[in-house]
Design a protein around this ligand. Sequence first.
Ligand code: TPP
Ligand code: SF4
Ligand code: MG
Length: 351
Amino acid sequence: MTYIVKPKFHHPKLPTNKLGYTHRDYEGTVSTLCAGCGHDSISGAIIQACFEMDLPPHRVAKMSGIGCSSKTPAYFLGQSHGFNSVHGRMPSVATGASLANRDLIYLGVSGDGDSASIGLGQFAHCLRRGVNMVYIVENNGVYGLTKGQFSATADRGSVSKRGVSNNDSAIDLVSMALLLGASFVARGFSGDKKQLVPLITAAIHHRGAAFIDVISPCIAFNNHPGSTKSFDYVREHNDAVNALEYMTPRAEITVDYEPGTVEMVEQHDGSVLALRKLDDDYDPTDRPSVMAYLQERQAEGEVVTGLLYVDPEASDLNERMNTVDTPLNTLDVRELCPGSKTIEAINASLR
Ligand SMILES: Cc1ncc(C[n+]2csc(CCOP(=O)(O)OP(=O)(O)O)c2C)c(N)n1
Ligand code: SF4
Ligand SMILES: [Mg+2]
């Protein structure tokens, strides 16, 4: 892959976080995507979230598949670990990595083609197993990298740039994630960083599979009238169910209290999600009613965004499989290979 290194110099007065890093320290190489591509805005939101969270870059592992979206990890967190895998195979690589080393934060970035077409099975099993990761799909309804064919998330009746109408039913990844048992499900829009940054922050703090579907218009092939993934369409049809504020366990909790409008959801690590409800009866912890609500709004042609579902008590695959706390690469040979007597004892116990 070709890439252009960004110059390192920056304004000496750029704000720094607790680690002494500026946001520039969370950037990657210069983006080679089309100017105006929604995916670049998502990279910007990831950079902002990690900077504001004071994340040490070496604690993050970026995983991706193939596509314009899957190229983006090159453009953020240049000092983090990264693995650009095969088309649709990011989830299994992330699953293996997460089982081998539970100390890292896994940030999976994929596309709608990568996750809803060739990688649909991988997407499904990753979420149902509760792999401890943030799984972002940069959803533009097309295969951007291969010049704009409809993907499986394109709505029936939506029209391509060449005027062809899509006759197939769309796969809604948010509904699928809910059905599959994901414990954190959200939808954002690349053009709404104010909503997206706290969603990414909350997802990183969540234990378990945290899925974020981000509508991310492809300005080259899917940003015209007739598209349901264009900037104009999403702006006109967006129904944000809540406004999210994120508080770390140590931060003072300050919320704009108006009786009946704020819901506090505490996560396993003690951090708090403050949800200011825009819809009176929206409860993000009740999976069946969330699914019903999404279907209702979808039938009205609306794109529901926000933190749609969260299970504050969620567990993850490492906990369910009782894997060792210590990363495998730091265990010594005796711990990794306990010797023939121990293996004989295990075999005997299974006879
Ligand atoms: C096994 C395999 N099949 C097909 C391709 C061709 N291919 C490359 S990217 C892509 C689709 C990418 O679409 P998406 O994941 O939505 O990413 P976008 O470019 O839209 O961000 C396809 C079909 C490939 N690289 N590998
Ligand atoms: S082709 Fe589409 S998805 Fe790919 S970089 Fe250009 S605008 Fe973005
Ligand atoms: Mg796509």
